[in-house]
Design a protein around this ligand. Structure first.
Ligand code: TXA
Ligand code: MG
Length: 314
């Protein structure tokens, strides 16, 4: 149990240092425990997907400590600001348009043009975010496909040594995940039922909200996830060697001359962290009108990478 630490002042301070250093910290929220990393560090965000064994890059919720920060972080209209003021901190998550094209957030947003934000109602979570000085990206702190953990012990049983620190703040009071609402459409759409009820939301909004018939664990139209980043140039994947007219993105040690290499050491986590940024970079090379990418092993995070590049190579 070496990684479970009581969530006192000193350990929250240590956890904040770990977050700033790119580490993974599991922490309590009022709903379930989250597996947290610095949203602006794609390497740390990639480590979340690796630790969870997630086969695709699902978008992650950014946790913030000050409701006021919402308008700086996302495109928040008056409806979003009103709901934040009425409910936050709370088990209520907003899907909003992304503010700008900050490429550091590409992985957190899984290539979507939306960003997902919540201000959790738990003193440990809030203190950790404040001391980290950055929003914290956090899915539930469990292996992919298993149930969300509501105790530090459950986090340890699910993720073991894949996490740098587990802050123990006792059992979660709410115990089900947050309610997720899509605020990018004229009518509010509930994507996932959770800690705040439909009735509570409708009462405050003064209008009906729509229940999404989509699968809450599969964001809308995953087939379009990378549309925003699909390069304008033709991309050839599983390319063992580049053609002379192709801009080449390597992977692993066999490509010492590649202008870009997702991970010279063949580390899939590093490759995932670099993927979106490198595709943008490759696409902006004026001298080439074709792109090619080395084969990526189809295990671990490689599944997610291959899933994305296949879409990009259509
Ligand atoms: O209570 C909670 O929300 C917990 C705690 C840690 O805050 N977090 C949580 O995160 O449940 P996660 O990743 O396990 O579930 C978030 C869900 C995922 O199914 C994801 O696909 C969906 O929200 N989601 C995130 N961003 C989305 C977006 N932009 N559009 C549609 N679905 C989105
Ligand atoms: Mg989850």
């Amino acid at each position: 149990m070496g990684r479970i630490f009581v969530a006192d002042d000193i350990n929250i301070g240590r956890a904040a240092v770990a977050i700033r250093a790119g580490g993974l910290v599991a922490f309590p929220t009022e709903t379930v425990y989250g597996l947290g990393a610095d949203v602006y560090n794609p390497h740390a965000v990639a480590a979340i997907f690796a630790a969870k064994g997630r086969p695709t890059f699902n978008p992650l919720i950014s946790h913030i400590a000050e409701p006021d920060f919402l308008k700086e972080y996302a495109v928040a209209d008056s409806r979003a600001l009103f709901l934040a003021k009425k409910f936050w901190p709370a088990p209520l998550t907003f899907v909003l348009p992304r503010k700008d094209d900050n490429p550091a957030l590409d992985l957190v947003c899984a290539g979507l043009k939306t960003i997902t934000v919540r201000c959790p109602n738990h003193p440990v979570a809030l203190e950790l975010i404040r001391r980290s000085g950055v929003p914290i990206a956090a899915p539930s702190a469990n292996r992919s496909q298993s149930i969300s953990p509501t105790t530090a012990q459950a986090v340890f049983e699910s993720l073991g040594d894949n996490v740098d620190m587990i802050l123990d703040g006792g059992p979660c009071a709410v115990g089900v995940e947050s309610t997720i609402i899509d605020l990018t459409t004229p009518k509010v759409v509930m994507l996932r039922a959770g800690g705040i009820t439909k009735e509570e939301l409708e009462e405050v909004l003064g209008e009906e909200i729509i229940i999404s018939d989509g699968n809450p664990d599969k964001p809308n139209s995953p087939g379009q996830l990378l549309r925003h980043y699909a390069p304008s140039k033709k991309l050839r994947i599983n390319a063992a060697t580049p053609e002379p007219d192709e801009f080449f993105i390597g992977f692993g040690k066999d490509y010492p001359n590649a202008p870009l290499n997702l991970s010279p050491t063949g580390d899939l986590r590093e490759a995932a962290a670099n993927l979106f940024a490198f595709m943008r970079q490759a696409d902006s090379q004026d001298k080439y009108n074709k792109l090619a990418m080395a084969p990526i092993p189809n295990n671990g995070l490689g599944l997610a990478i291959n899933d994305r590049i296949k879409r990009a190579a259509r």
